[in-house]
Design a protein around this ligand. Structure first.
Ligand code: NAD
Length: 420
């Protein structure tokens, strides 16, 4: 079920996306079939002892979609609405995202059907450890590397590393990324997604002849991704931050706001709402503001055929996963709005996850300046490659990113050949 009540099966969407690109690339029908199926899927049903002594039964999944380009990589989600098809779709999207930024990974995803908001921290720890134990037969630093996703965080990753390491008998920090720095996490990982988003927006603005300095920015979802993107565009590009929002509502000040001050207000009060000097607006109004740059960094399905026509931004940088529905994509394209697709615009997170893993396997840690410089290199190169394909094929950037990604996966499959 989507948040707007329609029941789209995300895996059907993921397969349709493959078909569109397979048509464009005139892919062989056998290759097309392979690209629409996950390579390996594991379902684990397992018990967890609750704090009151009772036992609950849980179901979890780990789907490894494609490993042609390297070990698979993807987050773990704890949510009551997790389904196998959702995990399959997310695993497919991870495959394309890693390929767009050309990091040597395939794609995977995991999920446990549970409601962590109704569980104690100790219950979540036991659930994480037992789920990890269940999927330990198919994960590992050379096989498949989990990371945080919805309702999981660096603490969850620390429990995964510890559980896996206990089973192996030695410490294996490279089995998961997004870890606390004290356990081999990378400098710069926390803000990497927002930072990567800021870099691709800067590059796109150059192409449009838009000066980022002084250009106006609205961010929906002032969380991990949205806050980092706003801070970095403000600090490093001189962008004027005019609107910000969270689940409680939005704030607008056409004269601009210091996002660090808004962040301090949010930390103090729990929301951006009530920030001095700004007037309240709704999340829907924020999306339709006359701004140069718009970063949807909250939820999926925010820009639809119902509001796409009223979007006025020149560049939309998708910090969130799937904020724009396909029908809206077409409308934005026809209006001449440049949409930087999620698989590119929010790939900074998985890129620094890759750096974290590389540091773990070498046991050699990089300073923040090196992490950020390498991230910038990857994001700028990837943006340029996507922009080139978009121009050559006269398609929007989302299709261009998929073309680039699927070509890379298909090429790796071709040179490997079919075993046996
Ligand atoms: P977060 O929880 O830190 O922040 C989410 C923000 O969105 C919060 O400000 C929250 O209040 C707001 N929000 C939630 N529901 C809302 C609603 N109904 N209307 C308006 N705002 C709402 O999460 P995050 O890590 O910043 O992730 C945001 C998005 O970015 C998600 O789509 C996530 O999948 C995607 N993403 C995150 C990363 C990462 O590294 N964190 C990487 C890639 C993609």
């Amino acid at each position: 079920m989507t948040d707007n009540g329609t029941s789209l099966n995300p895996f059907d969407t993921a397969k349709q996306q493959v078909d569109i690109v397979a048509d464009l690339l005139t892919l062989d029908s056998g290759v097309r079939k392979v690209l629409k199926r996950p390579m390996r899927e594991l379902t684990v049903n397992f018990p967890v002892r609750m704090d009151d002594g009772s036992v609950e039964a849980y179901t979890g999944y780990r789907v490894q979609y494609n490993m042609a380009r390297g070990p698979s990589k993807g987050g773990i989600r704890f949510h009551p609405a997790v389904t196998l098809d959702e995990v399959r779709a997310l695993a497919a999207w991870m495959t394309w995202k890693c390929a767009v930024v050309n990091i040597p990974y395939g794609g995977a995803k995991g999920g446990v059907v549970c409601d962590p908001t109704k569980m104690s921290k100790r219950e979540i720890e036991r659930l994480t450890r037992r789920y990890t134990s269940g999927i330990a037969i198919i994960i590992g630093p050379e096989v498949d590397i989990p990371a945080p996703d919805v309702n999981t965080d660096s603490q969850t990753m620390a429990w995964i590393v510890d559980t896996y390491s206990q089973q192996r008998g030695y410490s294996v920090p490279g089995v998961a990324t997004g870890k606390p720095i004290s356990l081999g996490g990378s400098e710069g990982r926390a803000e990497a997604t927002g930072r990567g988003c800021a870099y691709v927006i800067r590059e796109a603005a150059k192409d449009l002849g838009l000066r980022v300095k002084g250009s106006t920015l609205a961010v929906q979802g002032f969380g991990n991704v949205g806050c980092a993107a706003a801070n970095i565009l403000y600090d490093e590009q001189g962008t004027k931050v005019v609107a910000l929002s969270d689940v409680f509502g939005g704030i607008y000040n056409p004269d601009g706001m210091n996002p660090h001050a808004v962040e301090a207000h949010r930390i103090r009060t729990g929301s951006v709402v009530g920030f001095p000097g700004a007037r309240p607006i709704t999340n829907a109004e924020l999306l339709e503001l006359k701004v140069d740059l718009l970063v949807p960094a909250a939820l999926e399905h925010q820009i639809t055929e119902k509001n796409a026509d009223r979007i006025q931004a020149k560049i939309v940088g998708e910090g969130a996963n799937g904020p724009t529905v396909p029908t809206a994509d077409r409308i934005l394209f026809e209006k001449g709005i440049m949409v930087l697709p999620d698989v590119l615009a929010n790939a900074g997170g998985v890129t620094v996850s890759y750096f974290e893993w590389a540091q773990n396997v070498q046991s050699y840690y990089w300073p923040l300046s090196e992490v950020n410089a390498r991230l910038e290199q990857v994001m700028v190169r990837s943006y340029r490659e996507v922009a080139r394909v978009a121009q050559e094929r006269k398609v929007h950037q989302r299709t261009a990113a998929y073309v680039l990604a699927i070509q890379r996966v298909v090429e790796a499959m071709r040179v490997r050949g079919i075993y046996p």
